[in-house]
Design a protein around this ligand. Structure first.
Ligand SMILES: Cc1cc2nc3c(=O)[nH]c(=O)nc-3n(C[C@H](O)[C@H](O)[C@H](O)COP(=O)(O)OP(=O)(O)OC[C@H]3O[C@@H](n4cnc5c(N)ncnc54)[C@H](O)[C@@H]3O)c2cc1C
Length: 466
């Protein structure tokens, strides 16, 4: 049997689902979504139960279906900020999307436990059976950003059999059995594990945190896309653009972002060079800072019951320790390529740092624009940043995409109404009579123009120092 379909979508994570959802709204095309996993939702299916979005739910997921209920968190370190969906809620959202919208349309087929092979066939991963597929329009690669998560990857260090090392998924059931906890990893997962321990009442002096590399974090106070936060959010956007306009190099830019409150770091005495767009509130930062046993001796290589060996030294350890391995790099830097090609679409980030919005915009352009040349002109892919320098360089295509979209009336109208964009809708709703908010938006515009003017010298200074 050959499967026939207009679009073959590889990967049913948020990239594939946000693309399928928008294409379903805009066209009468048929689609086949294929995923190696047994359920839609991508990496969220294997995330630890206490995982939360970095960003408010209000602008995550797919365009047609709201996530969350526009609530404000009432307790914990994010109190006062817009709600962040937790792992089970995210999974439930993607199940509902598949069950209640995509499948009942009669135009979407979902093939779980299947992979698309390099030669474009479908292989059932449990039986090994192979099926051919005839794609009438395009193959959509929504697996470009396939996330690695601790549960499905092995730690990059070894441990004696007597040592207990688990992914953070096992932390809630095991927490009461151990006296000491060592969290290994300084990314979003490591942060979540430390905050979870503190929030659940584990005394900070029983926690050790091994940090590979220090990073800058986005301050959650300024990532709040709602009318109630308009003044703080958009005034911060203006300040961030001024930081970009005035920066002389990557280090200077980071310090200016910190000075205007947009970026945070764990230790004011350490200047990080990493930036992965992880978001933290000052409340979460205060939790993290309670842990004074912070180890910065490079990567762990081996754990014995009484000793941890790292790249730059050894430290004593208590045998009654649960090690929580948060060392997986979720999104390692990936190469970039044109989004639209003759018979292929490769979903990549075209708006920083918004993968779901990027996927939905790409689907909108596929449906509404005539040529791949016109579509590619609005969607230059952004390299995923590892360092502050990378991030600055990714801002240039980001700015060009935003500008090009704003000049195309049909695309601008879609962006201004988009749930996944988050902010444009709020800016577009400001009336002529609202002079205070108009003045803030004018500041953002002027600062953005100044920032665009500084991009060439700034990128040159980064290139010459690397
Ligand atoms: C802890 C954590 C928190 C995060 N929080 C946020 C956030 O708040 N906001 C945000 O924008 N981003 C966040 N991210 C980033 C995350 O990358 C994106 O939100 C998004 O989930 C990526 O979705 P994806 O569909 O591109 O990748 P995935 O979710 O990894 O899905 C890709 C899917 O493709 C499948 N696949 C791969 N190859 C094949 C093949 N050959 N055949 C069939 N199937 C295949 C995989 O099985 C997988 O299910 C977070 C990431 C992590 C790890």
């Amino acid at each position: 049997m050959t499967i026939e379909t207009d679009y073959l979508i590889i990967g049913a994570g948020v990239s594939g689902l946000a693309f399928a959802d928008e294409l379903l709204t805009r066209t009468d095309a048929t689609m086949t979504l294929v995923d190696k996993r047994s359920a839609p939702g991508g990496h969220w299916n294997d995330a630890y139960s206490f995982v939360k979005l970095h960003q408010p739910s209000v602008f995550y997921g797919v365009e047609s279906m709201p996530m969350g209920r526009d609530r404000v968190e009432s307790r914990g370190p994010n109190a006062g900020f817009m709600e962040l969906a937790e792992g089970p809620e995210i999974i439930h959202y993607f199940h509902s999307l598949m069950r209640d919208r995509l499948l009942p349309s009669g135009r979407v087929r979902f093939l779980p436990n299947c992979e698309v092979t390099k030669d474009g066939r479908i292989r059932h991963v449990l039986s090994g059976a192979i099926e051919d597929v005839a794609v009438r329009r395009k193959t959509v690669d929504a697996s470009w950003y396939t996330n690695a998560v601790p549960r499905t990857t092995h730690p990059n260090f070894t441990a004696d059999p007597a040592v207990t090392v688990f992914a953070p998924n096992e932390l809630p059931p095991l927490v009461s059995r151990f006296e000491h906890f060592t969290v290994i990893g300084s990314g979003k997962t490591g942060i979540d594990a430390v905050v979870w321990l503190i929030e659940n009442g584990v005394p900070a002096d029983r926690i050790r945190w091994i940090l590979g590399r220090d990073a800058w974090f986005l301050n959650r106070a300024y990532t709040q896309p709602a009318d109630a936060f308009f003044e703080t959010t958009f005034s911060s956007f203006a300040a961030q653009r001024r930081a970009l306009a005035e920066a002389e190099d990557a280090r200077d830019f980071a310090l200016r972002m910190e000075a205007c409150g947009a970026w945070l770091r764990l230790d004011p005495n350490i200047h990080p060079d990493v930036f992965h767009a992880a978001t933290l509130s000052e409340g979460e930062l205060a939790c993290l800072r309670q842990v004074s046993d912070q180890v910065r001796l490079g990567h762990v290589t081996h754990i014995a019951p009484d000793c941890v060996t790292l790249a730059r030294g050894e430290i004593e350890a208590d045998p009654d320790t649960l090690y929580i391995a948060c060392t997986t790099t979720a999104l390692p830097p990936a190469p970039i390529k044109p989004v639209f090609e003759a018979d292929r679409i490769t979903i990549q980030m075209v708006r920083s740092p918004q993968i779901p919005f990027s996927a939905a915009l790409i689907a909108f352009l596929e449906a509404e624009l005539e040529t791949d040349e016109a579509r590619n002109a609005l969607t230059m892919p952004l390299p995923l940043p590892d360092t502050v320098s990378d991030f600055i360089q990714s801002l240039w295509p980001d700015m060009l995409n935003r500008y090009a979209c704003s000049k195309h009336p049909k695309v601008r109208a879609w962006v201004n109404a988009s749930r996944l964009d988050g902010y444009s809708k709020i800016a577009a709703a400001v009336g002529e009579e609202d002079t205070k908010r108009r003045a803030i938006l004018k500041e953002v515009k002027e600062a953005s123009i100044a920032a665009a003017g500084n991009m060439e010298p700034l990128i040159k200074s980064i290139s010459s120092s690397s």
